[in-house]
Write a protein that binds this ligand. Structure first.
Ligand code: TXD
Length: 309
């Protein structure tokens, strides 16, 4: 069977880690697209020359021409500016919207059968734009945010308890921003509800740190935002699709009635397999949780209302 093909639109910080992870895990052949001449080609050549050391068989190439993404099974989009200290994700809207319109057209025209994972910020608005312009079915256009936000929450809980990160599961829903909703009730440590193991104060502090985790890294790096954990998050989604793993992951999905929402992309639990986003799972929320979710929805709606396509 021919190898899968994974195209990365954007060969910057996240794109570079994506290329490495996809190729070295032998998820398929990798094509890095970027507008900067030489950047994708140079990164691809360097990674390809490292492949023998890991024994990874994957073609890794770079291009500045959308024609080269033809036949892609998966497209992961990180094209766009990243935050600098003091910037919110929303501050990126105007610039990244213009970029996303260009990218969405290129993907629509050259990779019409791909499963598209959007990473660029502001995430919920960018994935919405991809859907509107590509006109791909909603099962094949998804946003990466909840996997990263949930991973951050899981890490903080594991560190606090001194337990393996493998044994902490969590769900962070809603928009990818300060209004995200870590559903504490659904966080467990080997099935034990986290509220049985940590005080309310500790849990509240972890919720706050999760919401600000992106900004915490930006403030330390000063030159850009987190890029390894976002790349690993998108790879987990791509792998679920390519290997038909039916993973239950928090992703930005197009809701058409689920959670009483219509026509918005927002972070919810979903099942990812060979059919892409195969199902959105509706979890019951308490009054307080629903209030937080609705506030997050409002924020996403405000962002999306600023999009002129
Ligand atoms: O959880 C999440 N979804 C977020 C997403 C987590 C972290 C970072 N998040 C966002 O991803 C971030 O705010 C940015 O909007 C994107 C990409 O972040 P990255 O750190 O990879 O940014 P870089 O290193 O600046 O890379 C962006 C690349 C760069 O090489 C540009 O030349 C390229 O995008 N670029 C383009 N590629 C294709 N087409 C166009 N028009 C284009 N413009 C710039």
């Amino acid at each position: 069977m021919a190898r899968s093909k994974i195209s990365l639109i954007g060969g910057g910080n996240i794109g570079g880690v994506l290329a490495q992870e996809a190729a070295y895990r032998e998820l398929g052949d990798v094509m890095i697209f970027d507008v900067v001449e030489g950047l994708p080609q140079g990164k691809a050549l360097d990674m390809a020359e490292g492949a023998p050391i890991l024994g990874a068989d994957a073609a890794i190439r770079g291009t500045n021409d959308y024609k080269d993404i033809a036949g892609s099974d998966v497209v992961i989009v990180t094209a766009g500016l990243a935050r600098k200290p003091g910037m919110s994700r929303d501050d990126l809207l105007k610039t990244n919207l213009a970029i996303m319109k260009q990218v969405a057209t290129g993907v629509r025209d050259h990779a019409p059968n791909a499963f598209v994972i959007v990473v660029s910020n502001p995430l919920d608005a960018m994935v919405y734009t991809m859907k509107q312009i590509s006109r791909f079915p909603k099962q094949r256009v998804v946003g990466m945010a909840g996997v990263l936000d949930s991973a951050r929450f899981r890490a903080f809980v594991a560190w606090e308890l001194g337990v393996s990160v493998q044994d902490v599961t969590a769900l962070v829903l809603g928009g990818h921003g300060d209004t995200m909703v870590p559903l504490v009730r659904y966080c467990t440590v080997a099935g034990i509800p986290v509220a049985k193991l940590l005080s309310k104060e500790k849990i509240d502090a972890i919720v706050e740190r999760t919401k600000n985790a992106g900004g915490e890294v930006v403030a330390l790096l000063k030159t850009g935002s987190a890029f390894v954990s976002p790349a690993l998050s998108a790879i987990e989604m791509a792998e679920a699709y390519l290997r038909d793993k039916k993973r239950v992951l928090a992703c930005a999905c197009l809701l058409e009635g689920e959670y009483g929402v219509n026509g918005l992309y927002v972070g919810v639990p979903c099942v990812i397999g060979a059919g892409g986003v195969e199902k959105v799972l509706e979890v019951e929320m308490t009054g307080d949780e629903r209030k937080l979710f609705d506030a997050s929805l409002e924020h996403v709606r405000t962002l999306v209302d600023q999009i002129q396509l």
